[in-house]
Design a binder for this molecule. Structure first.
Ligand SMILES: [Zn+2]
Ligand SMILES: [Zn+2]
Length: 114
């Protein structure tokens, strides 16, 4: 099991995708796809803000969140700039890289592909 994390404030730095209402999951998928494909930095920032709002995630460092890209079908949505997250595939041609959440990076890190 993962490590127990003690927090002093009510932060929720990881959200379980499967715990979101179905409508929110659909919205999340749509916004994520748009954020991945937009060529506008302003739009990207706005989409990320919306994503953070709909998921209820808090404590995001640089305004970017991602769903875990781990092969284990992990439902974690997390801060893309979390120091423990593992980049398995850097962003190439798209805005978003593929990252494993801190738990997956810890439990079963995947080799980086290019
Ligand atoms: Zn994960
Ligand atoms: Zn995993």
């Amino acid at each position: 099991m993962g490590h127990a994390v003690m927090t002093h404030t009510q932060t929720q730095s990881t959200v379980n995708y499967t715990h979101l209402p179905t409508g929110t999951q659909d919205l999340f998928d749509q916004l994520m796809e748009q954020a991945d494909n937009t060529a506008s930095n302003t739009e990207y920032t706005a989409l990320m803000k919306a994503l953070i709002t709909v998921t209820g995630i808090t404590g995001v460092r640089h305004g970017e969140i991602l769903k875990c890209a781990c092969a284990c079908d992990c439902p974690a949505i997390f801060d893309a700039d979390a120091p423990d997250a593992l980049v398995t595939e850097p962003a190439t041609g798209y805005n978003l890289g593929r990252l494993q959440c801190p738990d997956c990076a810890d439990d079963h890190p995947q080799p980086v592909t290019d």
